[in-house]
Design a protein around this ligand. Structure first.
Ligand code: E4P
Length: 217
């Protein structure tokens, strides 16, 4: 499963990239607001740090303006994935951009039928939001399972990008189902390494090592 960081924070992106934990980045207008930076500048900087796909979102709602915004966004770098909302105009934009060789991430997916439409429109990625789904009383992972089944039934090439990931269990469940990608805040990615027995083991080994009176270098 590929790991994307769901952030526009350059320090976090650099740190995760250096640790080899990053296959791409997703941003959205809220994350750009949080970063407090110019949209085009910060996205360009992210594209230089990360080789994999970097999603940057249009904010228009109609096809013509989405296409105009996409023209600006896709010129930022070769690894840009234009993010469009899961609406009829968004799907039309997805089709036009995909036919033209641009990666597209269709976002704000909350149903398997929506994901089916995204695949038919040629999306590179579809982003089902599991955390927000859970928040509203549904099981986000049921949605991922349904999309996996449908995409496998018809051999769709669209990658399932599990989004709105809130905790390590989401990552585990998505991996077991066979999602292609997950995007999570850097803090959640770092949480994946944590296990109390690992910490306890290190503590025990270091205590015994100290008793040997030796040093390695
Ligand atoms: C995905 O691309 C979105 O940016 C993101 O995962 C949304 O997550 P949230 O529900 O935590 O805002």
């Amino acid at each position: 499963m590929k790991f994307f960081a769901d952030t526009a924070d350059i320090a976090d992106i650099r740190d995760l990239a250096e640790g080899g934990l990053l296959d791409g980045v997703t941003t959205n207008p809220s994350l750009i607001h949080k970063a407090g930076r110019n949209f085009l500048e910060v996205v360009a900087e992210i594209c230089e740090i990360v080789d994999g796909p970097v999603s940057a979102e249009v904010v228009a709602l109609d096809y013509a303006t989405m296409m105009r915004e996409a023209e600006v966004i896709r010129k930022i770098a070769d690894n840009i994935a234009v993010k469009v909302p899961l609406t009829l105009d968004g799907l039309k934009t997805c089709k036009a951009l995909s036919d033209d060789g641009t990666m597209v991430n269709v976002t704000l997916c909350f149903s398997a039928n929506q994901a089916l439409l995204a695949a038919k429109a040629g999306a590179t990625f579809v982003s089902p939001f599991v955390g927000r789904h859970d928040d509203n009383g549904f099981d986000g992972m049921d949605l991922i399972e349904d999309i996996r089944t449908i995409y496998d039934n018809y051999d769709f090439g669209t990658e399932i990008l599990v989004a709105s990931v809130r905790h390590p269990i989401h990552v585990l469940q998505a991996a077991k189902i066979g999602a292609d990608v997950m995007t999570a805040p850097p803090a959640v990615i770092r949480q994946l390494v944590k296990h109390p027995l690992t910490d306890k083991g290190i503590e025990g080994f270091l205590a015994d090592w100290a008793k040997t009176g030796q040093s390695i270098c």
